[in-house]
Design a protein around this ligand. Structure first.
Ligand SMILES: *[C@@H]1O[C@H](CO)[C@@H](O)[C@H](O)[C@H]1NC(C)=O
Ligand SMILES: *[C@@H]1O[C@H](CO)[C@@H](O)[C@H](O)[C@H]1NC(C)=O
Length: 347
């Protein structure tokens, strides 16, 4: 049975969906996005969701390839989404929703990070005398890249659909036509976009004294000047481990960046570090430039003869974020007496 749809209805639905997404800049709850409706034969399957804290990290498509001129083609029949935690893509958890009867699963497409959008290749209603197939392929967007599935080539790519920044795909349902006289199998996809936790909110802050300058004037009989690059503010740890830099990139692709971190980090340091016993720095009182993007200035320091000066800065760390605080410790060591003079400097 071939039911005719009015294209204008599909256009209207997608216009409304587009409007909702655009107006929800500060979105707090998970929302559903769907491809623009080109055909809408069949019934919707149940929603299937990734387990809590897991997101879609890959896909596998069930496709029936072209069968020849006088056969009833269906194209795309089903979608397997792999779910996993951020930074892991073993994808042991699988969600599918409704799946058509025809075709086979082919290649797996695995993301490095998590999926934040998709695009459907959809063939319009060809009229009652022709072989309709509805959806025939899809693309998944993850890591700022496109993973195009190995479906068929029929129809046109519909408008790509993206989760809002800081959200990622965590659920799916599919509209699939049950067997009849002109089978089309999968027609439409909706996905759920779930909030991704802000790493600046859940990272564990710690601090230490970070040596930023060693100025050796032991051999000299007069003052010497040492110049150095002094940083203050919030930035990225420049010696990330491999796993840290992968996580950093994944979160970056989902929309987390330093400007956003500046909102969450102060409260996190305040609540979870407070007065630090390792540096004696009171993060509760931190303010100003520290919670702005890191800036660098060139500074020169004068060191007396027979002295080696070491300069340390209070360095807050929270996973891949760093906060270079406004407190320095200058340690002057006298070569002959080995007496150390310690001075604290607020910058
Ligand atoms: C959104 O999705 C996440 C992850 O599945 C879940 O933990 C959370 O409860 C959901 N929030 C709402 C408001 O539905
Ligand atoms: C840190 O600063 C807060 C806010 O000014 C203050 O209430 C607290 O007593 C300080 N802690 C220490 C150990 O000085």
């Amino acid at each position: 049975m071939i039911t005719k749809n009015f294209l204008s209805f599909g256009v209207l639905v997608s216009a409304i969906i587009g409007l909702t997404v655009a107006s929800e800049e500060i979105q707090v709850s998970n929302i559903t996005i769907g491809n623009p409706i080109i055909t809408k034969w069949g019934t919707w399957g149940d929603w299937e969701y990734c387990a809590n804290g897991k997101y879609v990290v890959g896909m596998q498509l069930k496709t029936e390839y072209y069968k020849g001129m006088f056969s009833d083609d269906t194209g795309l029949n089903g979608i397997k989404f792999y779910c996993d935690t951020i930074g892991s893509n073993d994808g042991a958890d699988i969600i599918t929703s409704k799946v058509g009867n025809w075709g086979d699963y082919h290649n797996e497409y695995i993301c490095e990070g998590i999926a934040t959008g998709f695009q459907l290749l959809s063939e319009k209603d060809l009229g009652w005398a022709n072989d309709d197939t509805a959806a025939s392929n899809m693309r998944l967007f993850c890591d700022g890249k496109t993973r195009q599935g190995d479906g068929e080539t029929w129809g046109d790519w519909t408008e790509p659909q993206y989760c809002n920044p800081k959200f990622a795909i965590c659920g799916i349902r599919t509209q699939v036509e049950d067997p009849n006289s002109d089978n089309t199998a999968l027609n439409n996809i909706q996905v759920l976009c779930c909030k991704v936790p802000d790493p600046a909110e859940f990272c564990h802050p710690e601090d230490s004294w970070d040596m930023i300058l060693e100025c050796d004037n032991l051999e000299s009989t007069s003052d010497t000047q040492c110049t150095y690059q002094r940083k203050i503010g919030t930035g990225h740890w420049n010696m990330m481990s491999e796993s840290q830099s992968i996580m950093h990139e994944i979160y970056g692709n989902v929309g987390f960046s330093i400007p956003g971190a500046l909102v969450s980090l102060p409260g996190n340091f305040d609540a979870n570090l407070g007065f630090s016993s390792s540096t004696g720095y009171n993060w509760t009182q931190s303010s100003g430039e520290m919670w702005m993007e890191e800036t660098t200035i060139t500074v020169s320091l004068s060191v007396p003869p027979r002295i080696i000066t070491r300069l340390y800065q209070t360095l807050g760390k929270c996973d891949f974020y760093t906060v270079r605080a406004n407190k320095l410790k200058r340690v002057d060591t006298d070569e002959r007496t080995l007496i150390q003079t310690i001075t604290y400097i607020d910058i």
